[in-house]
Design a protein around this ligand. Structure first.
Ligand SMILES: *Cc1c(COP(=O)(O)O)cnc(C)c1O
Length: 391
C-alpha cells in the first residue's frame, strides 16, 4: 500500500531511523545529566554517552574522536568554520575562495565576512556543476587562508573533486574546508585520504535528529585553529560553548554507526531505484538531466522539463509526491535555483526542474508511481499551457 504523499525530499531532511530514536529516548529523562558535571554519576553517564557518540561519529569519517566538535547542525558548523578561520588566521591573510553553488549557509556566511573585511573569490562552475581546478588554483593569493568547496551539492548531488582540491590547497599552504552535509553517511568518506582540514555535517540528513551536527577540525598535519563564535563555558575544546545536547549527540552517533554498517548495501538498492526513475523520466520529451552523471550522489536526480510551467507542475504533483523544485514557488514570480543558474541554465530550463531525493525507505512501488505520475503531469501541464496560448 502506498502512503501519500510519497516522500522524495531526502536532501532536505530524512526521517529519524527508529533505532536512532530508541537510543536517544533514555537521555531525555532517565539519564538527563549535564555532560560537564564532574562531581556525580548523572554527569558521568552523560559524559560517557557523549564520549561513545564522538567515537561513532569519528569512525564514520576516519577522524580522531578529539577532532569532532558537536554543534547544532551544518549551518552552525559552516558559520563556525568560516568565521572561526577568518578570525584565527587574520594575521596571516584575509582571502577565502569559495564557489557560487555552495549552500546558503556558506554563501551567506561568506557575504557576511565580505562586509567585515574578508576578500572572497567566488568560483564559477562548469555546465556539469563541477569546479575548474585551474581556475581555483589561479585564484590563490599570498593572503589566501581558506578554500571552501562543498563535498556534494544538495540540489544536484554533484560531487566535487575533493581529493584534487585538497592536494592543491596543501601544496599552496591553504586550509581546505568542505560542507559535507550531503556526503557524510551517503558515500564513503575519509578525512585523511581526502585531505580535508575542516568539515561540516548534520544528523538530520542521515536519519538522525534535527538540531545537531558536527564540525571536524584537524588536529595534526596541520593543527587547525578555529576561534569560537560563541562565548561561554568553553565546551568542545573551547570552540563551541553551550551545554551539550546529549540526546541529540547520542542520536547523531547512532546514525553514524548505522551509516557505517549499512550505507553500502542501502546505496546499491537506492541507486538502482534512482537509475530506474531517472532513465524513465529522461524518456519524457524535453527532459534534461542536471549535473555530472558520473560524479554524483547515488540517491538524487535533478531533472528539468522544458516548456512545463513550474507552478502548475508543483501544484499538480504536491498532493501525491513531496519533492523540491528548482524554483521558489512561494512567490508570485518564482526565482529559479541559483545553483542551476550558476551551471549556465536559462530560466526556461532552471525553473521547471524537479529534485528527486530518494532515501533508504523508498520503495520500488513508490518509484513506479512517481514515474507514471510525473510523466502524466508534465504532459498535462504542457497541454494546458498550449490551450491557454491559443485562447
Ligand atoms: C542541509 C544542509 C545544510 C544545513 O544543515 P542544517 O543541519 O539543517 O543546518 C548545509 N549544507 C548543506 C549542503 C546541506 O545539505
Amino acid at each position: 500500500m502506498l502512503k501519500f504523499p510519497i516522500y522524495l525530499d531526502h536532501n532536505a531532511t530524512t526521517p529519524c531511523d527508529p533505532r536512532v530514536l530508541e537510543e536517544m529516548i533514555p537521555y531525555f529523562a532517565n539519564f538527563f545529566g549535564n555532560a560537564a558535571s564532574r562531581n556525580h554519576p548523572y554527569g558521568w553517564q552523560a559524559a560517557e554517552a557523549v564520549k561513545f557518540a564522538r567515537e561513532q561519529v569519528a569512525a564514520l569519517v576516519h577522524a580522531d574522536p578529539a577532532e569532532i566538535i558537536f554543534t547544532s547542525g551544518a549551518t552552525e558548523s559552516d558559520n563556525l568554520a568560516l568565521k572561526g578561520v577568518a578570525d584565527a588566521y587574520a594575521a596571516r591573510g584575509n582571502h577565502i575562495i569559495t564557489v557560487a553553488t555552495e549552500h546558503k549557509a556558506v554563501l551567506d556566511t561568506c557575504r557576511h565576512l565580505e562586509k567585515t573585511g574578508t576578500d572572497i573569490s567566488w568560483l564559477s562552475v562548469k555546465p556539469d556543476g563541477l569546479i575548474d581546478l585551474n581556475e581555483m588554483e589561479k585564484a590563490i593569493r599570498p593572503q589566501t587562508i581558506l578554500i571552501a568547496v562543498m563535498y556534494a551539492n544538495n540540489e544536484t548531488g554533484v560531487i566535487q573533486p575533493v581529493h584534487a582540491i585538497s592536494e592543491i590547497a596543501k601544496r599552496r599552504g591553504v586550509l581546505f574546508f568542505t560542507d559535507a552535509a550531503q556526503a557524510v553517511g551517503k558515500i564513503p568518506l575519509d578525512v585523511i585520504s581526502d585531505g580535508i582540514d575542516i568539515m561540516a555535517f548534520s544528523a538530520h540528513k542521515i536519519y538522525g535528529p534535527k538540531g545537531v551536527g558536527a564540525l571536524y577540525v584537524r588536529r595534526k598535519n596541520p593543527r587547525v585553529r578555529i576561534t569560537a563564535q560563541m562565548d561561554g563555558g568553553g565546551h568542545e575544546r573551547g570552540m563551541r560553548s553551550g551545554t551539550l545536547n546529549v540526546p541529540g549527540i547520542v542520536g547523531l552517533g547512532k546514525a553514524c554507526e548505522i551509516c557505517l554498517n549499512e550505507m553500502e548495501s542501502d546505496n546499491r538498492r537506492i541507486k538502482t531505484l534512482r537509475d530506474k526513475l531517472e532513465n524513465a523520466l529522461l524518456n519524457v520529451e524535453g527532459a534534461v538531466l542536471n549535473g555530472n552523471k558520473l560524479h554524483r550522489l547515488p540517491q538524487v536526480s535533478n531533472i528539468s522539463f522544458r516548456n512545463a510551467d513550474e507552478n502548475a507542475l508543483m501544484i499538480s504533483l504536491s498532493k501525491e509526491i513531496a519533492l523540491s523544485s528548482g524554483s521558489a514557488c512561494t512567490s508570485a514570480n518564482p526565482e529559479p535555483s541559483y545553483v542551476l543558474k550558476a551551471m549556465g541554465l536559462e530560466d526556461e530550463l532552471a525553473k521547471p526542474s524537479l529534485r528527486f531525493g530518494l532515501g533508504k525507505y523508498s520503495t520500488a512501488e513508490e518509484i513506479d508511481f512517481t514515474v507514471d505520475r510525473v510523466g502524466a503531469v508534465v504532459r498535462k501541464v504542457r497541454e494546458e499551457f498550449e490551450t491557454n496560448m491559443k485562447m
